[in-house]
Design a protein around this ligand. Structure first.
Ligand code: URA
Length: 433
């Protein structure tokens, strides 16, 4: 086989065979394909698109470019994926809630990407927690706790790792086909039976318009189904941070609040909606309303908090984190309110700007491998629709230095629109099966 023929087929709108795509993915992972060929492949896919069958075939090829886990638990294993947003700490809440109702969740998560935070970075804000565990440890935590949140080993979907880095520098990231195959190859390598997807839509999301978000949701669901994994997607609002915080330890504190004192916040509501859909799709329940009651009980009874504690302990963190460990979360040097510059209603919060404000404070990475400061970010974020007068705190900033605090305050105020009228967004925008 040769790379040029495969690239030419895609360029000319013809589907390569599964065997050709398998060869291309394996050769990407081994380094046999050159950067130029990989870039041409990505550009051909971006410009010409893949057929539904070819997208499934490419996803399977990338999945099979490395290790694929299997689980022999006698019941379906479930996972959730979000396309990434601001204040999105659903995974940290959902995995222990599902495990607390005996639904196994072997979650392989990612780190921050661009302006969006990553589940692993948030979890590692807890002193001692390490998510880069061996497969043996991953399986042990699954046995002991019922859920695990860990990083992918370098042996999982290595073709995606190489192609993603090349897409990043060749202007080929925003292709629904490539995004779908990239996300699903890693998720499917974890050996899932069922996947719920949270496709974000709005200023803090990859997909800004409802139409684009729906297109991605449809591609993700049909490709996962075509690859033998039951899937469903909710399209959810990301025109403002989901939890009222952005930053690793600050979002973790929101998760702990939800686990120990659950209220009907957007974070809890979206987590319940995704969890209930996952339980029905995997066959644990027949109606989402029934599943949602079980999941809420797991929160209010403290069972989900206990499961979270067991997970933290399993990953090397302190014992009893939800009751005593929270005081050990790192705190920033400079903590102060950001005040409304005038009276009115909060009408818009630009997610990209808020997310990049956190990155620039040191809460995310400018370059791969950068160390992050888990303590920094914004908390107490007032939502869209809130009434303010001049001087009302609209958020609290947490920065490492006065200089960083001043820049972070400017960024937040640039992200904020105060107007006479404001319409709070709907949380759930669409459902794709
Ligand atoms: N996340 C991924 O893992 N891959 C993409 O291409 C985009 C988001």
């Amino acid at each position: 086989m040769d790379a040029r023929t495969i690239i030419e087929k895609i360029r000319d709108g013809r589907d390569p065979a599964q065997a050709e795509l398998n060869w291309f993915a394996t050769s990407l992972a081994s380094g046999h394909i050159t950067d130029a060929q990989a870039g041409a492949f990505a550009m051909a896919v971006l410009l010409k698109g893949l057929s539904d069958d070819a997208r499934v075939a490419w996803t399977l090829a990338m999945r099979d470019s490395g290790d694929v886990l299997t689980w022999d638990l006698g019941q379906p294993v479930v996972d959730k994926h979000s396309t990434g947003g601001i204040g999105d700490c659903v995974s940290l809440l959902l995995a222990p809630m599902l495990a607390a109702v005996d639904v196994p969740v072997p979650m392989i998560s990612g780190r921050g990407l661009g302006h969006t935070g990553g589940t692993l970075d948030k979890l590692e804000a807890i002193p001692g927690v390490r998510t880069d565990v061996t497969e043996k440890r991953f399986r042990q935590i699954m046995d002991d706790v019922g859920c695990a949140i860990v990083s992918a080993s370098t042996r999982m979907a290595p073709a995606d790792k190489r192609l993603y880095a090349i897409r990043d520098v060749t202007g080929t990231v925003p292709s629904v086909d490539l995004i779908t195959a990239s996300i699903l190859s890693k998720k499917l390598a974890a050996g899932l039976d069922t996947l719920v997807l949270d496709v974000k839509c709005g200023s803090g999301a990859f997909m800004e318009t409802p139409e684009d978000a729906k297109r991605l949701a449809e591609a993700l669901v049909s490709t996962a189904n075509g690859a033998g994994c039951k899937a469903l997607a909710l399209v959810s609002d990301m025109s403002q941070p989901l939890a009222p915080a952005a930053g690793n330890a600050l979002e973790l504190a929101e998760v702990m609040r939800a686990l120990t004192d659950p209220k009907n916040t957007p974070l809890v509501d979206l987590t319940l909606a995704l969890g209930a859909e996952a339980m029905v799709l995997a066959g644990y329940d027949t109606a989402p309303e029934v599943a949602a009651v079980k999941l809420r009980d797991a929160l209010t009874s403290g069972a989900a908090a206990e499961t979270f504690d067991a997970l933290v302990l399993g990953l090397g963190g302190p014992d009893g984190f939800s009751t005593s460990g929270q005081t050990r979360l790192p705190e920033a040097n400079v903590i102060r309110d950001i005040e409304a510059p005038r009276a009115g209603k909060i009408a818009a919060l630009d997610g990209q700007t808020i997310g990049m404000g956190v990155v620039h404070m040191g809460g995310g990475r400018m370059r791969g491998g950068d160390r992050i400061d888990p303590s920094v970010g914004y908390s107490d974020i007032l939502p869209i629709g809130a009434d303010v007068t001049k001087g009302t705190p609209v958020a609290r900033l947490h920065a490492a230095s006065e200089k960083a605090a001043q820049a972070a305050e400017r960024a937040y105020l640039a992200a904020l629109t105060i107007a006479h009228d404001a319409t709070p967004p709907r949380l759930l925008l669409d459902r794709v099966v």
